[in-house]
Ligand binder design. Structure first.
Ligand code: SAM
Ligand code: DTB
Ligand code: SF4
Length: 323
C-alpha cells in the first residue's frame, strides 16, 4: 500500500473525515486525485441514464422530493410505465452511449404483486440489451432482493441522503436504520450497492461527512456513491435554500473518493445549475460517473449533446461496463 493506494478502511470517524473535508481545497483535491489515478482508469466517465417508471404520488415526506404527496409541487401521480416503453427508452439511452440504465419508482417500499412483477420484467429486458441495470424502488426485503438478482439486476440505489442526525429533520416517515436494513438486504442478495446522498439541504459539514462515514463503514463499501446537489423544486419545503456551490460539491466528491477509494463516485443531481468548470473539477477530484440524458427523474439534466461536448472538450471518454 502507498499514499495514493491506501488499503480500503471501514473504521473512519467523523473528526477524521471532517479534517479531510475541511482542509485547504488544493491539498484535498491533490490527495483525492492521487487516489483516483491509482485505482481507476484515467479519463473515463461512466454514463448512466435515469428513467422514472412510476412518477409522483409518493406517501413518504422527504423534504427535498418533488414526488412526495406531502408537498404541492404540481407533480401529478402518474401510472406506471409499460415494459415496452421502458425498453424503448433503454434502447435510445444505449444508442446515445449510456452503459447503465437506472429505473426509479416513487414508492415507499416494494410490494409483491403485479407492479413489482413488471419491474422484474423491465430488469430482464434491460439486461437482454447488454446494459447494466439499476433500480431504485424504496425499501426492500430479502426475498424481493433475491428476485431482482435472479432477473439479472446489477445494482440497487438506496440513498442514506444525509447524516443520521440531520436525517430526522428531512424525513419522518422512515428511519435511518430502515435505510441501512434495505442496504443489507441488497448486499445479501449479491446485488451491488449504490448509496449516497444530497448536499444543500441546510446541513452542516459535519452532517455531510457523517453520511460518508456511515457509507464508508459498510463492508464492503457501496460500489457506487451518488453525490447529489439539492435540486430546489418550488413547492418543496427546501425550495428557498441557497444553491450548493461548485467548491462544496468538489469537497464532497473528493472526500468520498479518499474514504472509498475503489468505489465509483457519481456526480449526480444538480449539474444543470453547475458551471462547466465546477463539473470538470469534480471529475478531476474523483467523480467518475454522471447521469446522462436530458432528464433525471422529474427535473432537467444537461442534454446528451451538451454532455458529449463537455467530455470531448476535456478529452474525457465514456467508460465501458466494468461489471
Ligand atoms: N422512492 C425511492 C427512494 O426514495 O428510495 C427511489 C426514488 S428517490 C427519488 C431516489 C433519490 O433521489 C432520493 O433518495 C434522493 O437522494 C434523490 N433525490 C430526490 N429528489 C431530489 C432532489 N430534489 N435533489 C437531489 N436529489 C434528489
Ligand atoms: C440519485 O442519487 N440521484 C438520482 C438517482 N439516484 C435515482 C435521482 C435524482 C432525482 C432528482 C430530482 C428529480 O429529478 O426528481
Ligand atoms: Fe418518495 Fe423516494 Fe421521493 Fe422520498 S425520495 S418522497 S421515498 S420518491
Amino acid at each position: 500500500m502507498t499514499a495514493t493506494h491506501p488499503a480500503l478502511r471501514h473504521d473512519w470517524t467523523i473528526p477524521e473525515a471532517l479534517a479531510i473535508h475541511d482542509q485547504p481545497l488544493f491539498e484535498l483535491v491533490d490527495r483525492a486525485r492521487g487516489i483516483h489515478r491509482a485505482r481507476h482508469p484515467e479519463g473515463k466517465v461512466q454514463l448512466c441514464t435515469l428513467l422514472s417508471v412510476k412518477t409522483g404520488g409518493c406517501p413518504e415526506d422527504c423534504a427535498y422530493c418533488p414526488q412526495s404527496s406531502h408537498h404541492s409541487t404540481g407533480q401529478k401521480s402518474e401510472k406506471m410505465l409499460d415494459v415496452d416503453d421502458v425498453l424503448g427508452a433503454a434502447a435510445r439511452a444505449k444508442d446515445a452511449g449510456a452503459t447503465r440504465f437506472c429505473m426509479g419508482a416513487a414508492w415507499r417500499e416494494v410490494k409483491d404483486g403485479p407492479a413489482f412483477d413488471r419491474v422484474v420484467d423491465m430488469v430482464k429486458g434491460v439486461k437482454s440489451m447488454g446494459l447494466e441495470a439499476c433500480v431504485t424502488l424504496g425499501m426492500l426485503d430479502e426475498g424481493q432482493a433475491a428476485r431482482l438478482k435472479a432477473a439479472g439486476l446489477d445494482a440497487y440505489n438506496h440513498n442514506l441522503d444525509t447524516g443520521r442526525d440531520a436525517y430526522k429533520s428531512i424525513i419522518t416517515t422512515r428511519t435511518y436504520d430502515d435505510r441501512l436494513a434495505t442496504l443489507r438486504n441488497v448486499r445479501k442478495a449479491g446485488i451491488t450497492v449504490c448509496s449516497g446522498g444530497i448536499i444543500g439541504m441546510g446541513e452542516s459539514n459535519e452532517d455531510r461527512v457523517a453520511m460518508l462515514v456511515e457509507l464508508a463503514r459498510l463492508e464492503p463499501h457501496p460500489e457506487s456513491v451518488p453525490v447529489n446537489a439539492l435540486v430546489r423544486v418550488p413547492g418543496t419545503p427546501l425550495a428557498e435554500l441557497p444553491p450548493v456551490t461548485g467548491v462544496e460539491l468538489v469537497r464532497m466528491v473528493a472526500t468520498a473518493r479518499i474514504m472509498m477509494p475503489a468505489s465509483r463516485v457519481r456526480l449526480s443531481a444538480g449539474r444543470a445549475e453547475l458551471p462547466e468548470e465546477a463539473q470538470l473539477l469534480c471529475l478531476y477530484a474523483g467523480a467518475n460517473s454522471i447521469f446522462y440524458g436530458d432528464k433525471l427523474l422529474t427535473t432537467p439534466n444537461p442534454g446528451p449533446n451538451e454532455d458529449a461536448a463537455l467530455l470531448a472538450r476535456a478529452g474525457l471518454v465514456a467508460e465501458p461496463p466494468r461489471l
